[in-house]
Design a protein around this ligand. Structure first.
Ligand SMILES: Nc1ncnc2c1ncn2[C@@H]1O[C@H](COP(=O)(O)OP(=O)(O)O)[C@@H](O)[C@H]1O
Ligand SMILES: C=C(OP(=O)(O)O)C(=O)O
Ligand SMILES: [K+]
Ligand SMILES: [Mg+2]
Length: 574
């Protein structure tokens, strides 16, 4: 028997005023709990009516028939890696934090991509700042082929180049060393033949006009520093003051009197004409996410979203705002509100604000995203030393630990996986560190008290939100094995994920694109499953499919919710 708490409210029949006076379920959770001895109850149905059309809170019964058998059908997909992990280690061990790998020369081979997928990569990121569209198309095709052939569910994120100022490609060299005291020429001149020694191309035509003698040039947010000592037409002579490795197309900022000079940069469009071509490419290739670099305001996100809708009405591409500039911090809330998710792009952010402010901004962005129910990615330099070394520094592990403790949705590798020497090792460090930290927080029962404000814009939306909040709380209190959510567009799944419950969330959705998109969100294990509006039959179908594959066992305690029926069902797997 199952225990069902139904909020018998439908958008057409309920009276908002009645419900608004009581935001809590009419059935106090403590009462339900005391009636449900953990893991020992039978399948029964308790239906509690709240403000329904009869308005009286009268308890009604449901005559839904339980189907005992259900033919397993083929229209069921789960990521092969998750399935293997579940079978091997059980529910509790599933990783909640999602992992993103930037694909570059070190990882674009089919074997390397497969190794990353097996190692837990949930999303492959391609950075349009580097490589040609043909190269990126090849990577996308390979990931898609692996998904098909090997049963992975790796999503694709395309990251725009954005209107940043950056260096040229070093004439094909993989890097160049700048030594202390050397004089280098930064120039907007184009070279056909090999670039002269100690010379760097800059992609921004106004560069030589904009910089002044005495300015400080920061490469890659300060990995290498120069001081401008002389301007000769298009050439700017600079003295290296902090030596280091120059990488192709590295980002470049210039500072005057300790302040970032950004006026000219601010006049460049967030999405350049080259970015629009890349976006067309991304839409045509059906990428799952487009991450927008150097977002300054919500307008650009809204514009891109309507552009995607107009050009590909049926696509499900999510738009991620990269928070990596002072402007994006100023307009943070409206940017996040307009986006489908955000990235704490600490690389460039650390070049725009004092480094010591980056951790608190990270905390603020992660928290705000969760409050607004948007997935958030913590990116850049998580394991920077592993570009060269096979083990991380203690400080890097502490940094990962902090991001996991903050309950960010996803962690991202950049150079570590794109061009580092140990991409798979770096991913495995991310994975094992996340798992261990998540587990210790669960064991210590560290449910952090974070206020989750109401975000719904409609009455039924508020009900979904309340159901998810209560469900997550029940799941923790009852120590259930898993939450099941049946969701057509993924919204109900993300509302549950937002609560960061102790147990994993199995999200059943009917489309492959929603399933791939949910891959980015904390704690969600997305399945594709065709289901109906009849929850009993959905549950029976799910149980038999999952049991047949050894992913659940009789007696496991689960709670099920869905966006078709406003109900919470608590039951043991039959
Ligand atoms: N598609 C690619 N082709 C060649 N190199 C790449 C590619 N993607 C990434 N890289 C390399 O990996 C480094 C780290 O990647 P990423 O952080 O995405 O870029 P960036 O350093 O420009 O912000 C880049 O600086 C570049 O050297
Ligand atoms: C993720 C970032 O963006 P990109 O790697 O594209 O510069 C960053 O700046 O941290
Ligand atoms: K980029
Ligand atoms: Mg950046």
């Amino acid at each position: 028997m199952s225990h069902v708490l139904n909020f018998l409210v439908s958008s057409s029949s309920c009276s908002p005023t009645t419900f608004a006076t009581s935001k809590r379920p009419a059935f106090p959770l403590s009462t339900i709990r005391s009636r449900l001895p953990v893991k020992t109850f039978l399948r029964t149905k308790i239906i509690a009516a709240s403000a329904s059309e009869n308005g009286s809170g009268v308890v009604r019964s449901s005559a839904t028939q339980v189907h005992d058998t259900y033919n397993a059908v083929a229209d069921f997909e789960v990521d092969a890696v998750t399935e293997a992990e579940l079978k091997e280690n059980g529910f509790r061990s599933t990783r909640r934090t999602k992992l993103i790998c930037t694909i570059g020369p070190a990882t674009c081979g089919i074997e390397q991509l497969e190794a990353l997928a097996v190692g837990g990569m949930n999303v492959a990121r391609i950075n349009m700042c580097h490589g040609t569209r043909e190269w990126h198309r090849m990577v996308i095709e390979r990931v898609r082929r692996l998904n098909e052939d090997k049963g992975f569910a790796v999503a694709i994120m395309m990251d725009t180049e954005g209107s940043e100022i950056h260096m040229g490609d070093l004439g094909g060299a993989s890097s160049a060393k700048a030594e202390d005291g050397e004089i280098w020429t930064f120039t907007v001149r184009a070279f056909d033949s090999p670039i002269p020694g100690h010379t760097i191309n800059v992609n921004y035509d106004g560069f030589a006009e904009d910089v002044k003698v005495g300015d400080e040039l920061l490469i890659d947010g300060g990995m290498v520093r120069f001081e401008v000592i002389q301007k000769i037409g298009p050439d700017v002579k600079c003295l290296c003051t902090d030596p280091g490795l120059l990488l192709p197309r590295a980002n470049l900022t210039f500072w005057r009197d300790g302040k970032l000079v950004s006026e000219r940069n601010a006049m460049l469009p967030t999405i350049s004409s080259k970015d629009w071509l890349d976006i067309d490419f991304g839409i045509a290739e059906g990428v799952d996410f487009i991450a927008v670099s150097f977002v300054k305001s919500a307008e650009v996100i809204k514009h891109l979203k309507s552009y995607i809708k107009a050009h590909s009405p049926n696509s499900d591409i999510a738009v991620i705002a990269k928070i990596e500039s002072i402007d994006s911090l100023k307009n943070l809330e409206e940017i996040i509100q307009a986006s489908d998710g955000a990235m704490v792009a600490r690389g460039d952010l650390g070049a725009q604000i004092p480094l010591e402010q980056v951790p608190s901004e990270q905390q603020r962005i992660v928290q705000l995203c969760r409050q607004l129910n948007k997935p958030v990615i913590v990116a850049s330099q998580l394991l920077e030393s592993m570009i060269e070394y096979p083990i991380p520094t203690r400080a890097e592990v502490a940094d990962i630990s902090e991001a996991v403790r903050q309950r960010g949705d996803a962690l991202m590798l950049s150079g570590e996986s794109a061009m580092g020497q140990y991409p798979e090792k770096a991913l495995s460090v991310l994975k094992s560190a996340s798992l261990r930290i998540e587990r210790s927080w669960r064991e210590q029962k560290h449910h952090e008290v974070i206020e989750l404000p109401s975000i719904a814009s409609s009455f039924t939306g508020s009900i979904s939100e309340e159901i998810c909040n209560s469900t997550a709380q029940m799941a923790n209190n009852l120590e259930v094995d898993a939450l099941f959510v049946y969701t057509k567009n993924g919204h109900m799944a993300s509302l549950l994920s937002r609560c960061r419950p102790d147990c994993p969330i199995f999200a059943f959705t009917t489309t492959t694109s929603v399933r791939r998109r949910l891959n980015l969100q904390w704690g969600l294990t997305p399945f594709r499953l065709s289901f109906s509006n009849d929850m009993e039959s959905n549950l029976n179908k799910t149980f038999s499919l999952l049991k047949a594959r050894g992913m659940v066992r009789s007696g496991d305690l689960i709670i099920a919710v869905s966006d078709m029926l406003q109900s919470i069902q608590v039951m043991n797997v039959p």
